[in-house]
Design a binder for this molecule. Structure first.
Ligand code: SF4
Length: 917
């Protein structure tokens, strides 16, 4: 070794990397830096260094072309050395956890993960002792029997793991690191070794660094004071130490307290936007949080809203959109297509081959069909929607059929995966399903940070699963789902290289190492910063300390040191912040902050386009005069009125008139414009679906005429099963429907017995009616007509056969009827449905009407009409009201005038008619 220069940097030293770059350039005057090995702590740090070096060469030397240096992490360097001469197959850290899982023979990933971490720590921190030596020491350190037994058993598992590696000719990242020491000694040394950014290397890494320094032509080390790297100088007289000048210490402890996390993120992003508007470049700004995963999606969303470019660096990719889609795909095949996961899969832009019609209608149709989960429910959407009480237009019917076809094809693709029991065939089928779905396509949109090289990373991950399948996967236990392994590996999917040029969003250890002009450090709440590691059920803290492994105080003091660096890392004073609460949860600021120096958020005059539009909308409505607001709604001009005349010129459905009566404006939105708010089905049978099922059940019950009271129970449940064939609501809700009818049964028996005692028998079910009354053409379908015979008619055919002949005979007999309308919800006493059915009946049939009634399938009771006023007054009053409504509708009047205020309670159109303001 020719010489080593150690640049010792006090906290807050500015321009440190420029000093190192100057040294590199002076050693390589011909712009060929290929002899330089630049070693950094992690890949994002090195990426940042390479970019800075490019700009340094351009800025200082005025050149853009040069042969770059080799940049590596210690792990990457060890891997490249091992690949030249190593014999064993390499397994990743994630595969180590899965191998440990196989060794312990459980499905408990938590314990296997702890063991994997313990193994890594032992190998990194106890460099000179094999596992049996560590086991002996643990045995002497733990006094309590059960704790000692547990700890020793864990070490036995780790020994079994090492034996397994030997037997199967495998090695892992710690094995490679250990084996690289002799390889460094015997390898080709770099002319210049540069060490930069190492804040707390482990003893194993320090040993490798030392070996590298000893075997390089010369070395430059940039180390902070009081770090283990700085301590290397004390070991060697050959080190030339240069102390860099410290910048003025800022040491600010003040912080901004925001009411909530969302407001904190909004405040940070608006402050960043203000800086950008003042001329600061995005890459000169860094945002970080102690728990980045809690904030990263919120920050990127708010930055996007404000047009602030971001580069997310060093963050695990498992929460990124493309990975979430894969996890949802696994959930779909594992848990029988739960609605939200399947909808997310169907509508994802990454699945380019899913037909546009499926993407567009998936949410609406699944909500309307009341799907909670279940393959059968998805495959029955068409049946369910077409069996619904309401009428479907031709185009809608075609759309539903196309949608159903698309869903069927997608489920066929996923079922191919579901049926694979062996891991290797599962992965093949999974990959083939992704191809069939057109994954991963960005759907024409620009892929976000971390998504660009996603295909390559996914292929590596699938190769890793195949590697595990070759080692262990093709002899699954009966209850083992192969997707379990894939899901686990997806959770550990590393971050991608971020697109350059945006505001840097980084984990806090990285924030403490990179130079920046502005630093925003949010989320500083007690418990998150400093945070404690989870409780270790294997080794007590004191034992870890005695063994030389990281223990609780180590983690706490490490965070303290990182915070001290953060205080001086940026050119401008860092801006700390924290939220006061997250919904019900109240937070305290981090103890690192000075609680006396709390500041209120600045109210920036900066708004996103979305905020401007919402505000304009609110002000626009508030600005209306009260009369206008009161009469909001829709009155159509002549062209609109002509359209309405045409739309409602023929027969008009009685239910439409009644819907218009309840609120003309809602009628306009839903029935004229065809815009409907479809709510996601809750964990209950959706009201409309339950109504349709109950109607269908009663129709099946009386389809063949009257029935004996003794057989009603058997027939009712038989009818319900027929109804469930048409409305497949899934096993759970089928059970609920059976329970509801069981509860109703005694009441229904009573009602039907009373009707029989009054000599009524069922005559017609789901009977269509139509008539023209005083120039208004009406149509509708009455649920049931019961008849009272005046004399015994001779039935031409067997009992129960309702033929035209039979009807004719009854008609001839001068019978009277009752009209019944089934209701599964509350009964609306002002409804026009029954009186209008009665009017149409009167126009069509000679039998006089005794009464009409709403037959409640909620409470098993019948509300009879008319009251004291008599049938004629009841019908003429209803017709006058209906005629006025039809005239108003045809004239194009659609005011927001609900029949009762209660209509607005369950209506989602409030924002359109100012009822919510
Ligand atoms: S909120 Fe009320 S007034 Fe507005 S559309 Fe709905 S029912 Fe009508």
């Amino acid at each position: 070794m020719r010489g080593t220069t150690l640049f010792l940097a006090p906290p807050g030293t500015r321009g440190r990397t420029d000093i190192i770059f100057g040294e590199i350039v002076s050693c390589s005057p011909d712009n060929n830096f290929s002899d330089v090995l630049y070693l950094g702590p992690n890949a994002p740090y090195l990426t940042s260094v390479r970019r800075q070096f490019f700009s340094y060469v351009k800025r200082v030397l005025g050149k853009t072309a040069y042969i770059p240096f080799e940049s590596r992490t210690i792990k990457q360097l060890a891997l490249s050395l091992y690949q030249v001469s190593g014999q064993a197959e390499i397994v990743s850290d994630e595969l180590r956890t899965l191998i440990l899982l196989k060794i312990i023979g459980e499905k408990n990933l938590g314990y296997a993960t702890l063991l994997s971490e313990l193994y890594s720590k032992i190998k990194h921190h106890i460099v000179d002792k094999p596992l049996d030596g560590v086991k002996k020491e643990i045995g002497s350190l733990i006094v309590e029997d059960r704790a000692r037994e547990r700890a020793l058993e864990s070490i036995d598992v780790l020994q079994a793991y090492e034996d397994e590696l030997r037997r199967k000719k495998l090695t892992d990242s710690e094995g490679i690191l250990r084996e690289c020491l002799p390889l460094i000694r015997g390898g080709l040394p770099p002319a210049l070794l540069v060490l930069d950014g190492f804040l707390d290397p482990t003893p194993l890494e320090t040993a490798i660094i030392r070996e590298l320094i000893d075997n390089s032509g010369s070395a430059i080390i940039l180390a902070e004071e009081n770090t283990s790297l700085a301590g290397l100088a004390g070991d060697s007289r050959t080190f030339k130490v240069k102390k860099l000048k410290a910048a003025q210490q800022m040491n600010p402890r003040s912080y901004v307290l925001y009411p909530s996390m969302e407001e904190e993120v909004s405040g940070i992003v608006k402050s960043v936007k203000k800086l950008l508007m003042d001329g600061v470049q995005p890459w000169e700004v860094t945002i970080s949080f102690p728990e980045l995963s809690k904030y990263v999606s919120m920050v990127t969303r708010v930055c996007k809203k404000h047009g602030v470019p971001v580069s997310v660096i060093g963050h695990n990719a498992s929460a990124s959109q493309p990975v979430i889609v894969l996890q949802e795909l696994i959930t779909c095949i594992e848990e029988d297509y739960p609605r939200n996961d399947f909808l997310s899969l169907l509508t994802s832009p990454f699945n380019a081959a899913i037909p546009a019609a499926v993407k567009e209608w998936a949410v609406s149709f699944s909500y309307r069909a009341g799907i909670i989960k279940g393959k059968e429910a998805w495959l029955s959407i068409e049946k369910t929607l077409k069996n619904e009480a309401r009428e479907l237009s031709g185009p809608e019917s075609t759309r539903i059929a196309e949608f159903q076809e698309g869903i069927k094809n997608i489920i066929d693709i996923l079922e191919q995966v579901r049926h694979q029991r062996e891991l290797s065939s599962f992965i093949d089928a999974f990959e083939s399903a992704l191809n069939s779905l057109g994954y991963p396509d960005g759907g024409g949109r620009e892929l976000a940070d971390g998504e660009n090289d996603f295909s390559a990373r996914l292929n590596m991950l699938l190769a890793e699963v195949r590697q595990f399948a070759a080692l262990y996967g093709d002899s699954p236990k009966p209850d083992e789902f192969p997707g379990f392994y894939l899901r686990y590996l997806l959770e550990g999917l590393g971050s991608a290289e971020a697109a350059p040029g945006g505001v840097r969003i980084v984990p806090f250890p990285l924030a403490a190492a990179i130079e920046t002009r502005e630093l925003f450090f949010g989320g500083m709440i007690e418990g998150d910063f400093p945070s404690k590691p989870g409780i270790d059920p294997i080794l007590p803290e004191q034992v870890k300390k005695a063994l030389g492994l990281p223990y609780l105080e180590y983690y706490l003091s490490r965070q303290r040191k990182y915070f001290d660096r953060l205080l001086n890392i940026s050119e401008r004073p860092p801006r700390f912040s924290c939220p006061a609460a997250d919904r019900e949860k109240i937070f305290l600021p981090s103890p690192f902050l000075d609680w006396e120096q709390k500041q209120d958020p600045v109210a920036w005059d900066i708004y996103s386009q979305e905020e401007v539009l919402v505000r304009e909308g609110i002000l626009g409505i508030r600005g209306m005069d009260s009369g206008k607001r009161q009469n909001s709604g829709m009155t159509l001009g002549s062209a609109g009125a002509a359209f309405i005349q045409k739309k409602f010129r023929g027969y008009i459905n009685v239910t439409d008139i009644d819907y218009y009566r309840k609120c003309p404006f809602r009628f306009y939105i839903e029935k004229v414009l065809g815009l409907e708010i479809v709510e996601p089905p809750r964990f209950e049978v959706e009201a409309r679906l339950w109504g349709s099922l109950a109607h269908k059940t009663m129709e099946h019950l009386f389809r063949d005429g009257d029935i004996d009271i003794e057989s009603i129970e058997h027939r009712l449940f038989h009818a319900l099963e027929s109804g469930l064939q048409q409305f497949p609501v899934g096993d759970f809700w089928s059970g609920v429907a059976r329970d509801i009818f069981s509860r109703l049964l005694p009441g229904l028996k009573e009602l039907e017995t009373e009707r029989k005692n009054q000599e009524y028998t069922v005559w017609m079910v789901e009977q269509k009616l139509s008539a023209e009354i005083n120039g208004i053409k009406l149509k509708g379908k009455v649920d049931r007509v019961d008849v009272k015979r005046q004399r015994t008619e001779a039935r031409a055919k067997g009992p129960g056969a309702l033929t035209t002949d039979n009807r004719q005979r009854i008609t001839d007999s001068g019978a009277t009827v009752i009209l019944l309308d089934y209701k599964t919800g509350n009964i609306d006493r002002d409804s026009l449905q029954l009186p209008l059915y009665a009017l149409m009946w009167k126009e069509t049939y000679p039998e006089s009407i005794d009464r009409v009634g709403y037959y409640s399938l909620k409470e098993a009771g019948i509300s009879w009409y008319p009251g004291k006023a008599g049938m004629d007054a009841y019908l003429s009053g209803a017709f006058a009201e209906a005629a006025a409504l039809v005239r108003s509708m045809r004239d194009g009047n659609f005011p927001a005038a609900p029949f009762r205020p209660v209509e607005c309670r369950n209506c989602g159109h409030g924002p359109l008619c100012n009822r919510v303001i």
